[in-house]
Design a binder for this molecule. Structure first.
Ligand code: ACO
Length: 431
């Protein structure tokens, strides 16, 4: 297929600048505007990056109009149906699904790296008892930068691989430790005979005083949720990891910056915000009044868990998770949960309301994930850490893709300056 030519024309002078098209395997071409400033003295302007590609990437593909999400070419619904989270992690990192031997090797590597340095446990004690687990996660993951001096050469593929194993293996241990600090219980060491999600549930909910048996349905539910959250191309937190990483900083520090970005309610913090919103609405009788507030621009109220920058038809993850949500609640005997009923009512009203239809606002993945987490007994302030555990795989893969690219440059956007023009400094007595 031939790629059309694009150019920018200066209307005053007629001067034309050719914009080479950068083609991928799927999706729209990107116009290379990198030389626009050098050739014309003007910048391109796109706050919020609605039309701007920051990179080429072969990890994840999204078609927002068709509701398509592919990891390394594989549809996410097929992956959720046939694979484990660790298998999907291998795919996202390596580009191909593993065979049985490769999976066994990778899985063992992840299991072997689950413990954290004993002195790292002391970091949690430095936080106030009621610190948000995301604050602890950001701080403690950043502090991993101070531990692994043996593998700090970002240019060495083996160092990058060890970082990937350590990061993916330790993030559940750190998240569970943050939870234990929050509830005031002793930390539970990882049990390496357990699979990834069973181990996480064990570290969160077991106590040394009595045996704890992981519910396999709960572990499977988490595994599916983690697959759906594992990567999402250049979202805000992944772009943050890439931007920080482009300076050549320690990779654990880059991941910590991604965790900080994920926390916001417009991004990964939405799952927590959905449950808070449901709590504030109270019951089904209050839904219409709440919807009126959402539609009133002056109220500043948004329907959390609705809308997405890229998906303008439906979020394929939400479709899978919605179905899953009903199954899990049924298994746990919680299908008559009043918050689920409330969420379904909100969804029904929003989907038939012109305000939402005109703006193409549909439920996103986080509209349902919080309901499942809640049913599994996971407290609301741990919802976003759960997302962070899963997304660590994507962050690591994007960091490796970026840092291995010999053409990588530091990410350094420009601006349109709107401040005061040049002016002199007057001595303080004259001001
Ligand atoms: N409730 C009510 N109105 C909304 C919502 C919402 N959740 N989302 C968007 N709108 C409205 C906006 O007010 C705007 O209306 P206008 O055109 O009349 O001014 C229009 O829809 C477009 O919204 P933008 O804010 O421009 O869309 P943007 O792409 O910048 O934002 C976002 C996307 C941040 C996800 C937004 O939809 C939102 O805040 N949703 C709620 C938070 C949420 O669920 N975030 C999770 C995202 S998924 C994830 O990170 C895993």
């Amino acid at each position: 297929m031939s790629t059309p030519n694009y150019s920018l024309v200066n209307d005053a002078t007629g001067e034309k600048i050719e914009l080479p098209a950068v083609s991928g395997t799927l999706g729209p071409v990107g116009l290379d505007v990198g030389k626009v400033y050098g050739k014309s003295g003007v910048f391109t302007y796109d706050p919020g990056f609605s039309s701007t590609c920051s990179t080429q990437s072969s990890i994840t593909y999204i078609d927002g109009d068709e509701g398509v999400l592919l990891y390394r070419g594989h549809p996410v619904d097929q992956l959720a149906q046939h694979c484990s989270f660790v298998e999907v992690a291998y795919l996202i990192l390596h580009g191909e699904l593993p065979n049985a031997a490769q999976l066994e090797d990778f899985d063992q590597n992840i299991r072997r790296h689950t413990m954290i340095n004993e002195s790292l446990k002391g970091f949690f004690g430095g936080f106030r008892y009621d610190a948000h687990p995301m604050a602890m996660l950001t701080g403690v993951v950043g502090s991993l930068s101070a531990f692994y001096h043996d593998t700090t050469n970002n240019k060495d593929p083996r160092h990058r691989e060890i970082f990937a194993h350590r990061m993916i293996a330790k993030i559940p241990t750190i998240a569970a430790a943050a939870y234990k600090r929050y509830v005031g219980q002793p930390f539970m060491y990882p049990q390496n005979h357990l699979d990834y999600c069973s181990n996480l549930l064990h570290m969160m909910f077991a106590v040394p005083a009595e045996p704890y048996h992981v519910d396999p349905v709960a572990a499977k539910a988490l595994d599916v949720l983690f697959i759906l959250h594992a990567d999402h191309e250049q979202n805000a937190s992944t772009s943050t990891v890439r931007m920080a990483g482009s300076t050549g900083c320690n990779p654990y520090a880059a991941i910590a910056s991604g965790i900080a970005a994920l926390w916001g309610p417009a991004h990964g913090g939405a799952n927590e915000a959905v449950l808070k919103m449901l709590g504030e609405i109270g019951d089904v009788s209050q839904v219409q009044g709440f919807m009126d507030k959402v539609k009133d621009k002056n109220s500043g109220v948004r329907l959390m868990g609705f809308g997405h920058r890229v998906y303008k038809n439906f979020d394929p993850r939400a479709t899978i998770i919605r179905e899953h949500c009903h199954k899990v609640l049924k298994h746990l005997g919680k299908e008559n949960d009043p918050q689920l009923e409330l969420a379904m009512k909100l969804e029904e009203i929003a989907l038939s309301d012109d305000y939402f239809r005109e703006r193409k606002l549909y439920p996103n993945v986080d509209f349902y994930s919080g309901i499942i987490y809640k049913a599994l007994g996971i407290p609301v302030n741990m919802f976003t850490p759960m997302f962070a555990i899963a997304r660590t795989v994507g962050w690591v893969a994007h960091w490796i893709e970026m840092i291995s690219d010999p053409t990588m440059r530091i990410a350094r956007p420009r601006q349109v300056y709107t401040g005061a023009p040049l002016r002199d400094v007057s001595p303080i007595a004259q001001r």
